[in-house]
Design a protein around this ligand. Structure first.
Ligand SMILES: NC(=O)c1ccc[n+]([C@@H]2O[C@H](COP(=O)([O-])OP(=O)(O)OC[C@H]3O[C@@H](n4cnc5c(N)ncnc54)[C@H](OP(=O)(O)O)[C@@H]3O)[C@@H](O)[C@H]2O)c1
Length: 289
């Protein structure tokens, strides 16, 4: 019989891809959704709103592996309503983690490179956390709570996850192909990974059941402008359709703008053979040949 898996936040970009992969592998996946009616028609799904009072929450039956993928992920939302964001991203996330671990599940929590200050590339997993935004602070506190669960839980810290249809970058291929000029920021960096790569790492960490902190990242950072030029070249459209600008020129005040976002993924490679890919690999997924 396949493992019994809970994906908290099955409607999200990562949670939906993870649930699809696990179901394709024959696992018994239950998702959770805050949407009404519950949206996941691909399999079992239960309602769960992490902003609500979950003090009476108990796991839905026996769970072998639980992935905590739901979060308030918008940086502006976390800054503007830190109380709600803290309830979702830290308090209730940790409540679920503890109840699931107590019931015998191995818990996998998804965190972010934004728990770090970004001063150095390929940040070590044990680098001091110095988040510069509310979202990063909430995630750092949640990491502490997950670490307190010891061998029952792992944190997977992720850099920027790329998937087709995502906001901003997801529109670039169609815009470029239609002859429109795009204006990527040349002062914003990322070490992007494909959603498939993040899912591969999550599956390995969940099934491997080794607790502690894993990091998943591209080998190095690139700017959003580098990414746009790469997509234009791949699509065979003229380079001058990419017109980079600084974020402030576009009237955008970035809530967090670390100099580096790349993470040292050595433990993931040594434990599960999943090596850090080139950052351009993720962009190729947005613009297939
Ligand atoms: N994507 C990245 O680049 C990235 C990078 C680093 C870390 N991460 C982390 O990876 C995880 C997954 O990210 P993602 O890209 O899949 O994010 P996402 O697409 O924004 O999905 C987040 C999910 O959380 C759900 N959610 C939000 N508030 C909720 C609430 N109060 N109760 C229940 N569910 C709620 C959302 O529900 P709705 O669909 O109904 O809105 C959504 O399905 C998050 O923990 C994120 O912090 C992501």
């Amino acid at each position: 019989m396949g493992k019994r898996i809970l994906v908290v936040g099955v409607d999200g970009g990562v949670g939906s891809a993870l649930a699809a992969r696990l179901r394709a592998q024959g696992m018994q996946v239950t998702g959770t959704s805050r949407r009404r009616p519950v949206a996941d028609t691909a399999g079992a799904c239960i309602p769960l709103d992490l902003a609500s009072d979950l003090s009476g929450w108990t796991p839905p039956g026996t769970i072998d592996i639980a992935y905590l993928c739901a979060a308030m992920t918008g940086l502006a939302g976390c800054r503007d309503d830190p109380q709600t964001a803290d309830r979702i991203n830290r308090h209730n996330t940790l409540l679920l983690a503890r109840r699931l671990a107590d019931a015998g599940a191995f818990v996998v929590f998804l965190s972010t490179s934004l728990v770090l200050d970004g001063l150095a590339p390929r940040a070590a997993a044990d680098a001091p956390r110095k988040p510069a935004c509310d979202y990063g602070r909430q995630k750092a506190l949640a990491e502490d709570g997950i670490a307190a669960l010891g061998a029952s839980a792992a944190t997977l810290r992720l850099t920027k996850v790329i998937r087709s249809g995502m906001p901003v970058l997801g529109n670039w291929p169609a815009d470029l192909a239609a002859g429109r000029t795009i204006h990527p920021f040349d002062d914003l960096r990322m070490a992007p990974i494909r959603v498939d790569h993040a899912v591969e790492a999550l599956v390995a960490v969940g099934h491997g059941s080794e607790g502690g902190l894993f990091q998943v990242s591209a080998t190095h950072d690139i700017t959003y402008a580098d990414a746009a030029f790469h997509i234009a070249e791949r699509l065979g459209v003229p380079r001058d359709r990419v017109s980079p600008c600084r974020s402030d020129e576009a009237g955008v005040i970035l809530i967090a703008n670390p100099r580096h976002t790349s993470l040292d993924a050595t433990r993931l490679e040594q434990t599960y053979g999943i090596a850090a890919p080139s950052p351009f690999d993720a962009l190729d997924a947005l613009a297939p040949p």
